[in-house]
Design a protein around this ligand. Structure first.
Ligand SMILES: Cc1cc2nc3c(=O)[nH]c(=O)nc-3n(C[C@H](O)[C@H](O)[C@H](O)COP(=O)(O)OP(=O)(O)OC[C@H]3O[C@@H](n4cnc5c(N)ncnc54)[C@H](O)[C@@H]3O)c2cc1C
Length: 139
């Protein structure tokens, strides 16, 4: 399907929306998941961008890996938690970086000559309803 199809569709969708709003997407990544006997899992540790389509699976994996590390570990809790933390941190950071990379490519890539035109059109459409402030369209 040609790219301009999506652009026109998106413009029509926006025009047909009575009260458009923007949903901010923010990145969150902790630098450690284990704090003594306290462990951060799922979105308490990493908020991944939606297009990674991996957030729920990552949250579940954190829980499963924590369970396995505790079940199969030894008497040293700190060591068991370290064995859980190292690969889960790597996976979380990898998915965070992947989300940022894919987002940047689709939003800001310079090899797409139509992108500037599309962005301009979106700004004009939003301008018809008001200004964009604090992620909301203010009339
Ligand atoms: C609109 C939307 C769409 C999404 N779509 C997708 C998708 O398509 N694919 C995907 O992979 N991910 C998706 N996600 C992300 C996904 O939902 C989360 O990554 C995932 O649910 C995180 O799991 P979690 O267990 O860390 O947190 P949550 O699922 O948020 O669970 C946290 C739980 O803790 C409870 N809680 C909070 N505070 C307390 C407290 N003080 N005491 C007791 N309980 C408490 C909450 O009620 C909640 O039940 C989406 C998220 C949103 C918001």
């Amino acid at each position: 399907m040609p790219a301009h199809f999506f652009r026109r569709s998106f413009a029509k969708l926006l025009e047909a929306t009575e009260q458009p709003f923007a949903q901010p997407v923010r990145d969150l990544a902790v630098s450690q998941m284990v704090f003594g006997r306290t462990v951060l899992v799922g979105e308490a540790a990493f908020v991944l961008r939606p297009h990674t389509a991996a957030a729920a699976a990552k949250a579940a994996a954190d829980g499963m890996m924590l369970g396995l590390a505790l079940r199969d570990g030894n008497d040293n809790l700190a060591e068991n938690l370290r064995r859980f933390e190292t690969p889960q941190m790597q996976m979380g950071l990898h998915l965070r970086d992947y989300g940022v990379r894919v987002g940047n490519r689709s939003q800001f890539r310079v090899d797409n000559p139509g992108q500037r035109e599309v962005d301009g059109r979106a700004v004009k459409l939003i301008g018809r309803y008001g200004t964009l402030r604090n992620d909301r369209v203010i009339p």
